[in-house]
Design a protein around this ligand. Structure first.
Ligand SMILES: Nc1ncnc2c1ncn2[C@@H]1O[C@H](COP(=O)(O)OP(=O)(O)OP(=O)(O)O)[C@@H](O)[C@H]1O
Ligand SMILES: [Mg+2]
Length: 356
């Protein structure tokens, strides 16, 4: 269906994994006319032909110690990369951009195909095709305004709530396009739940926040609801903090507790997929660490898609990462590969802090 994108080969310490099952979604190829220098070497098109040390004397990949993890690798790059910030010419980059989209090996929970999205006449998403792997964490990263939230909201039709949104292409959940007329949106949102950037507990008790979805759906006894509330609060690590004040207002909880409460509320209706839009952006490092641990634990049972501005967070919590830019998915691949050895020069520039 899609033409395979050619995989470059690295001469540095990081040997790029074989990625034969790859498809590009764009209709234009990487610019092969001029060589360019990256942190790992010189690239002509996608083919890396030599390791060229940065001319400012900063350490090269081959001289630097082996990385402990993608997250520490990013931290090291951000502190050691002294090259000037890139001045991008968007029109020129778009002319030569060919998205690099890895075909995932795991079963897909959702499949996005040829997705375009317009706010009125303004196009916000362009020809996006990717699979969301089941029971894994997928991260969307990219500069502000690149379309992360728009893409995330498309996955459970939250964009329906915005006037004048038009979508073409398909988003399949178990083979069914979620935008088909006969799809019950409420049922879809029970299967694909959402946690927002700013925690948004209802002005109700802690108990009633978590019980809310079950009460709306009906058909569950009070005893069952009590059990579900306890299980959900246990799951997010809140039970031991709130068991003796379940009737207190949820608004009295700390910010981190409120966010975990919102996650408990989301899982109380047993979704298959949980979408999280910058769930930690308003939290301190300790609360952030708790939510990250929770994500790690939840992925055993749920498919998670997370938008984050924090690249270390994406590297820590996700299995796959999509780097977006100007409404396009530029690169989508395994997180360790994207952060330690990206295929696209644009991804390399973004994760080393050269733009965005
Ligand atoms: N309700 C809306 N109406 C019109 N345009 C919108 C709307 N929401 C977003 N956009 C536009 O769509 C584009 C993508 O926005 P989006 O919010 O998805 O970006 P983002 O990557 O989530 O950014 P951020 O990191 O700042 O949250 C932007 O150009 C934005 O201005
Ligand atoms: Mg956003």
């Amino acid at each position: 269906m899609h033409e395979a994108t050619k995989t470059g080969r690295n001469k540095g310490t990081h040997e790029r994994p074989e990625t034969s099952n790859v498809r590009g979604t764009g209709d234009v190829g990487i610019d092969v006319s001029s060589p360019r220098h990256t942190a790992v070497g010189t690239v002509i098109g996608n083919e890396e032909i030599q390791v060229s040390p940065p001319n400012d004397g900063s350490p090269t990949e081959s001289s630097s110690p082996a990385s402990a993890s993608p997250a520490t690798d990013i931290a090291r790059r951000l502190t050691t990369d002294r090259r000037p910030r890139t001045q991008l010419d968007p029109a020129e980059v778009l002319r030569t951009l060919k998205p690099y989209i890895t075909e995932i090996k795991e079963p897909a929970a959702m499949a996005v195909r040829d997705l375009d999205l317009f706010y009125g006449t303004s196009q916000a998403l362009w020809n996006i095709s990717l699979d969301i792997p089941a029971k894994k964490v997928t991260a969307f990263i990219g500069p502000s305004g690149c379309g992360k939230s728009t893409l995330l909201r498309s996955l459970n039709r939250m964009n329906d709530l915005i006037d004048d949104v038009r979508i073409t292409g398909t988003i399949e959940l178990e083979g069914k396009n979620i935008n088909d007329r006969d799809v019950d949106v409420n049922m879809l949102r029970r299967r694909v739940g959402m946690v927002f950037q700013k925690s948004n507990p209802f002005p109700k008790s802690i108990f009633e926040n978590v019980a809310y979805g079950q009460r709306i759906a009906g058909g569950t006894s009070n005893d069952e609801i009590r059990q579900i509330v306890e299980d959900s609060l246990q799951r997010v690590g809140l039970w031991s903090e709130v068991w003796n004040r379940l009737d207190s207002s949820a608004l009295d909880l700390s910010g981190g507790q409120q966010q975990r409460l919102c996650i408990a509320r989301a899982i109380a209706i047993s979704p298959e997929i949980i979408l999280m839009d910058e769930p930690c952006s308003a939290l301190d490092p300790i609360a952030t660490a708790k939510v990250e641990e929770l994500i790690e634990e939840l992925k055993h049972d749920y498919t998670i898609v997370i938008v984050t501005h924090n690249m270390q967070q994406a590297a820590r919590v996700s299995d796959y990462t999509a780097f977006m830019w100007l409404g396009r998915v530029v690169e989508y691949t395994r997180t360790d590969q994207l952060f330690t050895n990206p295929i696209q020069p644009l991804t390399e520039d973004y994760i080393t802090g050269r733009f965005g």
